[in-house]
Structures are given as C-alpha cells and as structure tokens.
Design a protein around this ligand. Sequence first.
Ligand code: RIB
Ligand code: CA
Length: 301
Amino acid sequence: MSRKVVIDTDPGIDDAVAILFALASPAFEVIGITTVAGNIGLTTVTRNAGRILALAGRPDIPVIAGAAAPMSRKGFDTTEIHGDDGLGGVSFPEPLAAPLGGAVEWLAETLLRHPFGSVDILALGPLTNIARLVRGHPAAAGRIGRIIAMGGAIDERGNIGPHSEFNLAADPEAADIVIRAGLPLVLIPLDVTRKVRATRDYLALLRASGVPSALVSADLIDAYFQSTTGGESRPLHDPCVMLYAERPDLFGVDGIALTVDVGDGVDAGALVRDGAGATVTVAMRVEAAAVLDLLAARLTA
Ligand code: RIB
Ligand code: CA
C-alpha cells in the first residue's frame, strides 16, 4: 500500500538520491515536489527538481517553487559541497515541464483536498515552506499524515556550528515554528544520518546494475566524495528520510523535549534539550547495513 507524499527539498546531491529512491519505491506515490532555497538558490533547486524528474521519466509530477529565502535571516551558500549547479556537475536532462509557483498555497490546497492524514511530507531542506504553511494555513497543516524531516543534531557535533545542522541553521525561526507546532513530526538528525554511509565499494555495487537511477546516484555520491575532504565514505543524510518513511522498523526513536536556539550566536538553529520544550520524536538509532541494502535494492531495481 503506497503512501501519498510531497517532497519538500533543496536539491542538492543527497536530496537527488533521496528523490530517486522515492520514485523507485512502491511505498510512495509522489504527488508533488515543493522546493525551498537552501543548498543553493531557489531558481537552481527548482530547476534541479525538474531535471531529476526528467531523468526518472516522471515529468507528470508537479514541481512547485516555494521560499526564496529564510523567514528572517540570510541563508547559506553551500556550492562548495553541492557544486555551482547544485548537483555536483553530474549530467542530468533539462526539465520537461515548467514549475509552478506558490508552494505553500499548493501544499495547503493539496492537504485540504485529500482525506485527513492521507498525505505525508518528506522534508529534506530548510523548513521555511512548512513553517509558512503552519502560520498561514493551520487547518491544512493539521491534516498532514506524517512529516519526516532531516534536520538537527542531538549528541552529534553540528555541520554548521558546534551543535547546529544545516537545514535548521539555515532558518532557525522556521525550525522553531515547526518544532512547536505539534505536528506529527519525526526528526532524522545527524546522529542517525552520519551512520548511513556510502563507500566506494557501495558505489561500485550501484554502478554494476547499469540502472540509470543507480548510475546517476553513484555519480552524485562520487561528486560528494570530490567536494568534501577525508574519510573513505560519505553520509547519506536526506535518503534517511525516505528510508525511515518506508521502514521505520529499521530505526529507533526517542521522545526528546527540545527547543531551537534562535539567537544570533554560532549555534543559531541548534536543537537544545530542554524540559520545557516540545517533545519531539527523534530517530537516534538505525540498522545502517539494512537501510543501505534497501536503498541499493530500490535504486538498482
Ligand atoms: O545537514 C544535511 C542537510 O543539509 C541535507 O539536507 C543536505 O542536503 C543539506 O541541505
Ligand atoms: Ca537537502
């Protein structure tokens, strides 16, 4: 039984692998891709969503552009990781359909049109679109089935500040709104995503299949190897959202009372364990080998 999902994303090398996994999995019916500025600017992430869908032969899935900037701060530029085109320079076709605008309004209309709880949101970037949905369309936001978001760090060191992770640090105010909103939220933090790692042998496994989605995913992760230093493997952050959505039994979750640092210091956007905070379901454990096998199985099918 597949679940209807909207993917909210800033593609992005690991976003692209996550989207290709979702498109290949019978667990998901992708009904739309909403884009948010994050890894790179809105025009580029929106074009990239269309390019990924063109490669997968799914130009029927709508791409809807969302927030061009965080709610109240200047965003980050991560071209040094994701490349000037946001996809590590990996070859993709051009989009086969023009994107729509107004992602937040499209999300609200979509949630109101579908049965209560029947649409999940898989969030792979800054939470700006989701926060605007909560603020501007609370009745629609209340109809979300599950929202599974890659973001934050609990005990793991951050990748922006000492304790802050990119998606939440890019828009701390949005993260604060979403954490407090009482949504059916599951957070997938760096504590889990850094355990799900692709090695060069894993890339060889993907390439041996000759399947286009697997070949391009291997090229994307290879680009990730080129753009980041050290280590014999690369973490697959965003694919963990889809892997959890399909097989939550391969993860372990805890309820953790959290607040978001919305200050102006180095750790803006960091998650803070706080007894007075909202209790959030957070994935803290993962059967890494099993989820990597699932990812490869879907991409090479
Ligand atoms: O911290 C990892 C997150 O930041 C991922 O979503 C990656 O795509 C970047 O956006
Ligand atoms: Ca992302």
